[in-house]
Design a protein around this ligand. Structure first.
Ligand code: GLN
Length: 285
């Protein structure tokens, strides 16, 4: 057996030659061995145990074959918490953490005098947004929906593992909310927004669920579907927050005007300076 140092070095060279992320060998080794970085550091010149070698080699092979490291590990961090993920859910993204952060500021601002608020996360996937908000805003009662039963299984596991208290409903977009007579103060969604025929990273396209990625011809199919009926599921005063594509400002502004008239709204940039979040202030400003 090689030493850990030798194994990792060999893997890094292999990944480098294939233009892949050279941090992955260490990430996989931590995961397989259950070692913390400082523990691994002290063991670098020890031989790799045989069982670890076997699992590690399988995982590295899967990564080399194009599988995202998050699915191999079955885990991804979101807003400082570790969420379980599998191929039935979108891997939570940094950009979406920014949506949660921006929502927290606005919830503080607009609902500070309210003792309780009702909130929904439509198309919750792994539950990343809804569960994070439930844990960050103790006075929020959170409902989350998804059309995929497989996704909801993952979200419910995350809810239980992280000690959150979200109510989950299966169904298409607003349908389950309408059926259950849900009316919210805060409506949140990160719907699929990639235009149907847009070229995207093969690692994303070949592995992540297409039902979570693609949003029709111009990417706005699901927003229009939401905008059309959203008044049925929001209260008289409500905040609406969405993630959106970086190149959708113009068509999004048009769609918001079309469905909400003169209601104030904002499109906010992410940390990369790209248009990424939409907030609609229904009777708030
Ligand atoms: N709400 C989940 C997330 O933001 C899933 C979004 C999706 O599948 N489009 O990670």
């Amino acid at each position: 057996m090689p030493t850990i140092r030798e194994l990792i070095k060999e893997s890094e060279e292999k990944l480098d030659a294939n233009n892949k992320d050279c941090n992955v060998p260490k990430v996989l080794y931590y995961h397989v061995s259950n070692l913390q970085p400082h523990e691994l550091y002290l063991k670098m010149d020890e031989e790799v145990p045989e069982d670890i070698y076997k699992t590690y080699s399988e995982y590295l092979e899967r990564y080399l074959n194009g599988e995202p490291v998050q699915y191999i590990k079955g885990k991804e961090y979101f807003f400082s918490r570790e969420f379980s993920v599998d191929e039935n859910v979108l891997i939570p993204r940094y950009e979406t953490e920014e949506l949660v952060e921006q929502l927290l500021y606005r919830i503080d601002d607009y609902f500070k005098d309210q003792e309780e608020i009702d909130l929904c996360d439509v198309g919750t996937g792994s539950g990343a947004i809804g569960i994070s908000l439930d844990l960050e805003v103790p006075k929020a009662k959170v409902v989350a929906t998804d059309i995929s039963e497989e996704a909801l299984k993952v979200a419910k596991k995350n809810n239980d593992d992280l000690g959150a208290n979200v109510t989950f409903y299966a169904g298409d977009m607003l349908e389950p909310l309408i059926d259950h007579h849900v009316k919210v103060d805060v409506f949140v969604s990160n719907p699929p927004y990639i235009p149907q025929d847009q070229n995207i990273d093969p690692m994303v396209k070949d592995n992540e669920p297409h039902v979570a990625l693609f949003g029709g011809e111009d990417g706005l199919y699901f927003y229009r579907k939401i905008f059309k009926d959203v008044k049925k599921v929001i209260k008289d005063r409500a905040l609406l927050g969405f993630e959106m594509g970086f190149d959708q400002r113009e068509i999004m502004e048009k769609a918001v005007h079309e469905y909400f008239g003169d209601t104030p709204f904002e499109i906010i940039k992410d940390m990369n300076g790209k248009d990424r979040m939409l907030f609609i202030y229904h009777n708030l400003k």
